[in-house]
Design a protein around this ligand. Structure first.
Ligand code: GRG
Length: 295
């Protein structure tokens, strides 16, 4: 895909995602004000918006006028909550997120915990509101997001990532962490979008697999950035994986094997997207770009 066209489409989708995020979630003046200020502080902190962009683009791949804004916003709410909670002292204990003090540093621990909590039901409310004319679709979207964010995927992956004392079956454990902590939310971004666009069951499965593959590759890139990136470019502390002897693909298999795996997974993800009767040019280009991102 032409680079300028890709950039234009990407920028347009980020804008659409940001606009939806602003208009579909409560303002900072909503009571209780401090709680809503903390929610807005994290929602507006200027992330890359990859998940909502993937969701919007997946829907448009099947139907150009498909409107996935509520789902895209719901996914960003879950993502933001997970980052707020991950930064807390009882988890990753990180003072910096997206180049700014993390939520509990800008506010306080209790407010950050509650801001994260409040983003979870908000996500599901958005799904029920956004697609209320299509009850079956709502059921599918809610079920699928709950599964991705739940105890066997996002939260489960985080739980296993924190369980550093158990050194057995490292490669199986790593696979579980990668699929849960990182890939689940990227994969569900594609599948919710595909469902809203009207994809067939077979196409949804291709999108699910593509999301898992691209999602794992995304985390492996994160590992490389942690090893070689800078705090200035990433907006968060670096070098922690090595220092903490963390279970990562790069620590387990080395940098060269990580690079090779990123390429293999990205090729597989593109193959899955190409297998669908949909216009996946933009998504293929995005997934390819994600593999070489610098932040
Ligand atoms: C359930 C509390 C809880 C945590 C879930 C999200 C998470 C696990 C941990 C955060 C740390 C981490 C490395 C997660 C893996 C996924 C990942 C790379 C998140 C960062 O995503 P980006 O780079 O973030 O898309 P931005 O800031 O651009 O939105």
């Amino acid at each position: 895909m032409d680079a300028a066209l890709f950039q234009k489409q990407f920028d347009d989708l980020v804008q659409e995602a940001e606009k939806a995020l602003r208009s579909l979630t409560p303002s900072a003046t909503t009571t209780p004000v401090r709680l809503h200020e903390a929610m807005r502080y994290s929602l507006d902190a200027g992330g890359k918006r990859l998940r909502p962009v993937l969701c919007l683009a997946a829907a448009k791949a099947f139907r150009a006028d498909a409107d996935a804004r509520h789902a895209a916003t719901a996914i960003e709410c879950i993502h933001s909550y997970s980052l707020i909670h991950d930064d807390l002292p009882c988890m990753d204990n990180s003072d910096l997120r997206r180049g700014r003090p993390s939520c509990h540093k800008a506010f306080d621990e209790a407010t950050a915990l509650l801001a994260g909590d409040a983003l979870i039901p908000l996500a599901f409310k958005l799904l029920t509101q956004g697609y209320s004319d299509h009850p079956t679709l709502v059921q599918e979207l809610v079920g699928e997001l709950a599964e991705a964010a739940g105890s066997t995927l996002l939260v489960g992956g985080q739980a296993e990532d924190m369980n550093t004392s158990d050194k057995k079956n490292q490669s199986e454990k790593l696979e579980f962490i990668l699929r849960g902590k990182t890939a689940a939310m990227l994969s569900v971004s594609l599948t919710l979008g595909a469902r809203i666009g009207g994809a067939s069951a077979k196409e949804i499965e291709h999108f699910r697999l593509a999301g898992q593959q691209a999602g794992i590759a995304f985390q492996l890139v994160d590992d490389l950035l942690d090893a070689h990136g800078t705090t200035a470019s990433l907006g968060k502390p670096v070098g922690a994986d090595k220092d903490n002897d963390k279970l990562t693909f790069a620590n387990l298999y080395g940098i060269e094997a990580t690079r090779a795996r990123i390429k293999q997974l990205t090729d597989e993800a593109v193959g899955n997207l190409r297998a669908c009767e949909a216009n996946t040019d933009f998504l293929c280009a995005l997934i390819t770009q994600m593999a070489s991102r610098k932040s």
